[in-house]
Write a protein that binds this ligand. Structure first.
Ligand code: IPM
Ligand code: MG
Length: 354
């Protein structure tokens, strides 16, 4: 098949991990006879430096014209002064909104061989296999912001339609899995959460009667995620709660560097990015964990290109390398040598071609 994919390396370790994702994409293309046109563009802090805009019009147009977008990470101390006028993060929020990708899938699966690399006790982790569906284009991250000398505010808003559509994505996903959906809110305090709970309840009861739904308050969810994570199948929640809980959940899988994500909307076009940030402290050292990006590439193959088999082949190759100890320092076995970002790419490519 032919596909056009826009590549946004971004800042910090972004370009390093994306380079390995791109090599995997090229290898999959040649092994399976596909033609992927890969188009690079500036995005984030580097785009502020070069074009005075974290999301230049040319970059946005390339993204809108492609079948999928692969993103590394954005941001860094250079652009994060409290009074900064232009922020890389604002570009990312705008990109998500312009692409209409309102449902952010963040799967967390614990590989047996990584149980010891997690800070959480092995018996709690055994069998963890859950997916977060984070609402991505609404809520407090997008509401009106105000700043006065002695006062600031961020408005949190949700419409019924926004909650309905993300609920449907999560419920459909639950139907393909263990038919269990947990909706997370703060309905004992927030009005948006009361609306959220009502809408999720109605949509699931009327449209997905085979899905078992429960509701959980966000503070309790934060606790249960590390106390009994195997209880969860699909979790759906609003933008900010999803942002926070998925960083927490990444600790189940051993390292923030492991988690991929897919941001989807009503069309097939999606935005794929590891959930880790730009990690400026380790940028340029060649030790960034590329697995989150490589698993994001697999999600891209599956969700935007419909290449299920190719996605599985890539996931299998990456998983095998992790099991064989091909690991960056963040997940390395005690006493074992660790691998560089590029060496991990080499190992996966060799597993894909032999
Ligand atoms: C994430 C990140 C972003 C977010 C930042 C960089 C704006 O933390 O993707 O989780 O808050 O969505
Ligand atoms: Mg985050």
């Amino acid at each position: 098949m032919k596909a056009r994919i826009t590549i946004l390396g971004g800042d910090g370790i972004g370009p390093e991990v994306v380079a390995e994702g791109v090599r995997c994409l090229r290898t999959i293309a040649s092994r399976f006879g596909h033609e992927f046109e890969l188009v690079e563009a500036d995005f984030g802090g580097i785009a502020i430096d070069r074009h005075g805009d974290p999301l230049p019009q040319a970059t946005l147009e390339k993204c809108l014209e492609s079948d999928a977008v692969l993103l590394g990470a954005i941001g860094g101390p250079k652009w994060s002064a409290p009074n900064a006028k232009l922020r890389p993060e604002a570009g990312l929020l705008r990109l998500r909104r312009e692409l209409g990708v309102y449902a952010n899938l963040r799967p967390v699966k614990v590989l047996g061989s990584l149980v010891d690399a997690s800070p959480i006790k092995p018996h709690v982790l055994e069998g963890v296999d859950l997916v977060f569906v984070r609402e991505l284009t609404g809520g407090i991250y997008f509401g009106e912001k105000r700043r006065e000398p002695l006062h600031a505010s961020d408005l949190c808003e949700y419409s019924v339609a926004e909650v309905e559509r993300v609920t449907r994505v999560a419920a459909r996903l639950a139907q393909q899995r263990r038919h269990k959906l947990t909706s997370i809110d703060k309905s004992n305090v927030l009005e948006t959460s009361r609306l959220w709970r009502e809408v999720v309840e109605r949509v699931v009861r009327t449209e997905f009667p085979d899905v078992k739904l429960d509701h959980m308050l966000v503070d309790a969810a934060a606790m249960h995620l590390i106390r009994r994570p195997t209880d969860f199948d699909v979790l759906v929640t609003e933008n900010m709660f999803g942002d926070i809980l998925t960083d927490e959940a990444s600790m189940l899988s051993s390292s923030l560097g492991m988690l991929p994500s897919a941001s989807l909307g009503d069309s097939r076009r999606g935005l794929y990015e590891p959930i880790h940030g730009s990690a400026p402290d380790i940028a340029g050292k060649g030790i960034a964990n590329p697995y989150g990006t490589i698993f994001s590439v697999a999600m891209l193959l599956r969700h935007s290109l419909g290449l299920t088999n190719e996605a599985e082949v890539l996931e299998l190759a990456a998983t095998r390398m992790i099991e064989e100890g091909v690991r960056t320092p963040d997940i390395a076995l005690p006493g074992a040598r660790s691998y560089s970002t590029h060496e991990i790419g080499d190992a996966i490519i060799s597993a894909l071609t032999h």
